[in-house]
Design a protein around this ligand. Structure first.
Ligand code: FES
Length: 59
């Protein structure tokens, strides 16, 4: 579903909420990482999200 929303936002600025099960929830375990176009390639959803720019997230 998030991919479908992202596809609808190709010409608009939008955000995705990437809530998912968290391991530690404080940025220590890397269980929630998500590929991101900028910012070193990955972000932690628990620390950097859960709401991220749709154009930057790689699903
Ligand atoms: S839940 Fe552990 S780093 Fe995000």
């Amino acid at each position: 579903m998030l991919k479908a929303v992202q596809n609808q936002l190709t010409h608009l600025e939008g955000y995705l909420s990437l809530e998912e099960r968290m391991g530690c929830g404080i940025g220590a375990c890397f269980a929630c990482v998500c590929e991101y176009r900028s910012k070193k390639g990955y972000v932690k959803i628990c620390q950097d999200g859960p709401v991220l720019k749709a154009s930057e997230v790689l699903l």
